[in-house]
Design a protein around this ligand. Sequence first.
Ligand code: MD3
Ligand code: FE
Length: 207
Amino acid sequence: MTEIIPGAFRYPAFLNAAGQERLAREIASVIEQAPLFVSHMPKSGLPMSVRMTNCGSLGWMSDKDKGYRYEPRHPETGALWPPIPQMLLDIWEELTAYPKPPEACLVNVYSDDAKMGMHQDRDEADFDAPILSLSLGADCRFRFGGRKRADKSVAVTLSSGDALVFGGPARLCFHGVDRVLPSMLAPLPPPLAGQGARVNLTLRRVT
Ligand code: MD3
Ligand code: FE
């Protein structure tokens, strides 16, 4: 484990190949129950390049009129989000030691040309809880800055199986995905192959 900046901990290859395959099966099952959808930017209505879905009692989404928010139901099927797989609840306990379980697990699916602009995660009522992120599939160039957009940033390569925990002073730092890196190897484990090049899971407390 290494501390990228104060409060941001990186666990390279936290999941081995078998763990990544198990996680890929869990995520494929979530996607079967809650199909991937596209969120849109508030006001402009421009589509995001990442496709997403959620599991947990609340799921993150965005559209033109109501903007960034958490909702208990899928925007297209109207169904409640499926539960967070036990495997992920166990990883949350192990890596965050936070006394309450995560309420939201956002599943972001990147195609090889998808990216995510620099932003802060501030749609949650609770900033005390850390955020846990897990990556699967192709490497990406992840950028991590300070509390102000203009603060200088560092780039880190995230690889399949890596876990990150952002708490304390890192919780409100700007971050984004510059780009997915080209990969020669099979990008996503079997049940997810064909869905995209990279999957990122973000587990959060919301309320
Ligand atoms: C640092 N996702 O969904 S995960 C997001 O790879 C998001 O899909 C990216 O940023 C992705 O909001 C990055 C790493 C991450 C997630 C949340 C953070 C880093 C963070 C919150 C605070 C600081
Ligand atoms: Fe974020």
